[in-house]
Design a protein around this ligand. Sequence first.
Ligand code: OGA
Ligand code: MN
Length: 260
Amino acid sequence: MIILCRCSPIRQILRRCHRQAVENSSNKANLTAYLGKWPEKEQQEFRQHMRIITDFISETEEQQLHEEIEPYISRLRYEFDHWDDAIHGFRETERKKWFPQNREILERVRQVAFDGAIMPYVHILDLAPDGVIKAHVDSTRYCGTTISGISLLSDSVMRLVRTDAQRYQQKSSGTAATEPESESESKGSEPDAAYRHQPKASLENNFYADLLLPRRSLYIMSHTARYNFTHEILAKEQSEFQGTLVPKTRRISIICRNEP
Ligand code: OGA
Ligand code: MN
C-alpha cells in the first residue's frame, strides 16, 4: 500500500489537476458531461433546465452563511443509521429567518432561479465527508417545478440519470414524461408519502449527465431535470468528473424550492 503524505509529489499533482479541472470547467462554463446516448431534443431541454452558476457567492458570503448555520447544525448528529434512506451521513434543518446579509443572498437566488416566490423555509443539508445522497427524485407533493442549491465548503459531483418514462412518473408535473400514469416506486405504502422517491434508473442503455458543482456555485434544477431524472451526489470514492478526482469533504447545501 502506498501512503501519501500531505506533501508527496503525487498529492501535489492531484491537487493541481483538481484545481485545473475546476478552473477549466468554470472558465469554459463546461461543468456538464453528457454520458450515454442522448436524444437531441432531450439534451436541448436539459441544457435549459439544469444550470450552474459558478461563484454565485463570494468567499465572504460563504463564510457569513456558514457562520449563521453552524451553531444550529453542529448540535445535530450525522445520521448514518438507515441504509435504505436516500441520504446517508447527513444532518439537516430548515430556516426561515435569516440575518439581513444572508437574506440578501437568498433574494438573489429568488431573482435568478425562480419566477415567483420561494418556500419560506430554506432547507439546509450538511453532508459528512463520508456522506452520500443516493439517486432520488423529490416528491411533487412537497416541492414545485424548481429546486436550487448553493454549495458551501466543498466541490462535489452531481449525477442526473434519466428515469424510465414507462415505469416512473409523478403526478402534476407539466413537463414530466408523457407516458400515462403508472406505478410509483416510492417507499412506503402510500405512493407519494416519501419526501424523496428512489425510482430505479440504470446507467446501462440510458443517458445521464455528470455535473461538477464547484464550492460557492448555485445550481438550478427545474422541469425536465427535476421531474424526469434522478439526482445524486457521488460518494467521495466515486467523486470524479471526466476522469479527474474531485475531492469531496464536508459539504453544506442551502436549498430553495417553490411551492408544489
Ligand atoms: C435533497 C437534495 C441536493 C444538494 O436534499 O433532496 O437532493 O445539493 N439535495 O444537497
Ligand atoms: Mn433532492
